[in-house]
Design a protein around this ligand. Structure first.
Ligand code: C2E
Ligand code: MG
Ligand code: MG
Ligand code: MG
Length: 287
């Protein structure tokens, strides 16, 4: 009896594994052609200066128009990373967001800056800094208006090459940020050993402020430490006014999160950009 149910389980397990594999394969097929078919698109989420609620820039976040909906990166970035498709996709996102940003800068006269996520695989490409140089030349975006977001795993896996790449980028005038800080191993030595300009505090910490004392302490310590090292701080995933007030009090430089805005398609982001300071949720700060 036990043996039979064991076999049944095995068969079931095998079938669902096959289903998973088939789904992945089908997705891979359509992801391969997504770029040519104009299905890859970029949304923008504002980063706001905590002290005066103006937009300093935005994070570019990739989207895939698939089967009449929008697939989120969590659904396809891992597959793209595994298969190397992330390289052409990433190149597209970089060029598209630099082009769009330079257009907004000239059209609005606002000195906004774009932050683009770079996956480990992309970051490891030998000609990464060269690609960035070419995209800046082609789009006319000044290097100082581009930030690249990387994660700690990149630095961990490949410390030597990473340092060289980061140094090349800094020499070019491009800034870099450490994304999801606190979610991984978060070795503090990274901040000392690598030329990093900005630290993004992971949403999992932000979620727990200001109600959990330990989270408050940690976030406060991260901000203080970063500032001591001349590193700026972004809090990501800010959804409530209480979180914002706390982050403001401890002098977090920038805020990103649904409280101000979700990532928006370009037309909607542009409208937001023209509105000026995001005062609406901030009436209390006006007096
Ligand atoms: P990330 O770089 O940490 O981006 C922040 C994610 O948090 C985004 O999810 C954003 O929509 C979401 N978010 C922002 N504020 C809030 C909030 O207040 N509440 C909640 N619940 N979520 C918030 P998204 O766009 O789904 O992207 C997920 C991840 O996919 C990104 O995390 C990044 O690691 C990756 N990704 C996105 N675009 C790209 C890309 O162009 N290239 C690469 N390599 N990875 C990308
Ligand atoms: Mg990011
Ligand atoms: Mg993040
Ligand atoms: Mg994340």
């Amino acid at each position: 009896e036990a043996k039979q149910s064991g076999q049944g389980k095995h068969r079931f397990f095998k079938r669902s594994m096959n289903e998973e594999a088939n789904k992945r394969l089908a997705m891979l097929g359509s992801l391969r052609t997504a770029l040519q078919n104009n299905e890859i698109t970029v949304h923008y989420q504002p980063k706001v200066i905590t002290a005066h609620k103006t937009i300093m820039g935005m994070e570019a976040l990739v989207r895939w128009r698939r089967n009449g909906g929008l697939a989120s990166p969590a659904d396809f970035i891992p597959l793209a990373e595994d298969t190397g498709l992330i390289v052409p996709i990433g190149r597209f996102v970089l060029e598209e967001s630099c082009r769009q940003t330079q257009h907004w800068r000239t059209a609005s006269g606002k000195d906004v800056k774009v932050a683009v996520n770079v996956s480990p695989r992309q970051f490891r490409e030998d000609d990464m800094p060269l690609l960035v140089r070419e995209v800046l030349d082609k789009t006319g975006l000044p290097p100082g208006a581009l930030e690249l977001e990387i994660t700690e795993s990149v630095l961990m896996q490949n410390p030597e090459q990473s340092r060289i790449t980061l140094q090349d980028l800094r020499a070019m005038g491009v800034t870099t940020s450490l994304d999801d800080f606190g979610a991984g191993y978060s070795s503090l030595s990274y901040l000392r050993r690598f030329p990093i300009d900005v630290l993004k505090i992971d949403k999992s910490f932000v979620d727990d402020v200001p109600d959990e004392r330990q989270a408050n302490m940690l976030v406060r310590a991260i901000v203080e430490m970063a500032h001591g090292l001349n590193i700026q701080v972004v809090a990501e995933g800010v959804e409530t006014k209480d979180q914002l007030d706390f982050l403001h009090k401890i002098e977090t430089d920038y805020i990103q999160g649904y409280y101000f805005s979700k990532p928006l398609p370009p037309e909607e982001f542009e409208a937001l950009l023209h509105e000026g300071p995001l005062v609406q949720p901030f009436a209390p700060y006006l007096c």
